[in-house]
Design a protein around this ligand. Structure first.
Ligand code: PGA
Length: 268
């Protein structure tokens, strides 16, 4: 078994206001403390074998930080601006997220890239600023359906990662960075990548990191898969050797299905 701690991360997107956030953590907390499987997950969390991460919308961050209780549950923001402050209406800085109690920030999610037009160059700035802050980035990369069909998956991953990581150091890759492979065609569509396809892309990402930053970084970096993960398919994906965890959208919004996915992630 690999020695990288697993990460099970839920990206709520624009779901769960503050009241729903409190009720989510009440349910998750009672599962972790009272249910037999949940107690196993809590023990895995306490011993550092798994880390649970939840990324609520900005206005629910304070409620999540107050309600989460456990140290092994980290709170992530879904996005951030690269400047520390200034005239950027509607934006939130990394320092504000740090002050709000976040540990992680998701960058480059496909909805940010394809719905809100975030470019590789913008994401490089965001990643550079995050690596210079106290927050830890969960950086998403992945190809569109037409790119997969034309055999361009690896070229796209290489382009996204080499631009984003142009200024990063080996120590950043080894100690701070988590990468999420999220094929765009699998996000919110119900079409999960096959275990082999997910493993193939994650293994490509690990070799890319190895070539750029050396073997130590390649062995330490955590690589997640995201795209239509459900309690029914999570164990198969997690059994792949280069997949260290999951970034879950729809199935993370309700505590019950998120807990069922967590249950497949420890000891597996
Ligand atoms: P999904 O989203 O699990 O709803 O497909 C994944 C993601 O966007 O991270």
């Amino acid at each position: 078994m690999q020695d990288r701690a697993r990460m099970i991360a839920g990206n709520w997107k624009m779901n769960n206001g503050a009241a729903a956030t409190v009720s989510f953590f009440e349910k998750l907390g009672s599962w972790l403390s009272a249910d037999e499987t949940g107690k196993g997950a809590a023990a895995a969390g306490k011993s550092g074998r798994i880390e649970i991460v939840v990324a609520p919308p900005f206005t629910s961050l304070a409620a999540a930080v107050a309600a989460k209780k456990s140290e092994y549950i980290g709170i992530a923001a879904q996005n951030a601006h690269f400047e520390p402050k200034g005239a950027f209406t509607g934006e939130i800085s990394l320092q504000m997220l740090e002050e709000a109690g976040c540990k992680y920030v998701i960058l480059g999610h496909s909805e940010r890239r394809h719905v809100f037009g975030e470019t590789d160059d913008l994401l490089q700035k965001k990643l550079d600023s995050t690596l210079g802050s106290k927050l830890l980035p969960i950086f998403c990369a992945g190809e569109l359906l037409e790119e997969r069909e034309s055999g361009d998956t690896e070229r796209v991953l290489e382009r996204q990662l080499s631009i984003a990581l142009a200024n990063a150091a080996a120590a950043d890759a080894a100690k701070k960075l988590t990468i999420a492979y999220e094929p765009v065609w699998a996000i919110g569509t119900g079409k999960v990548a096959s275990n082999d396809d997910a493993q193939g892309a994650c293994s490509f990402i690990r070799s890319f990191i190895g070539q750029k930053f050396g073997q130590e970084a390649a062995q330490k970096i955590r690589i997640l898969y995201g795209g239509s993960v459900k309690p029914e398919n999570s164990a198969g994906i997690l059994s792949q050797k280069d997949i260290d965890g999951l970034l879950i959208g729809g199935a993370s919004v309700e505590a019950e299905s998120f807990a069922r996915i967590i249950a497949t992630a420890f000891g597996a």
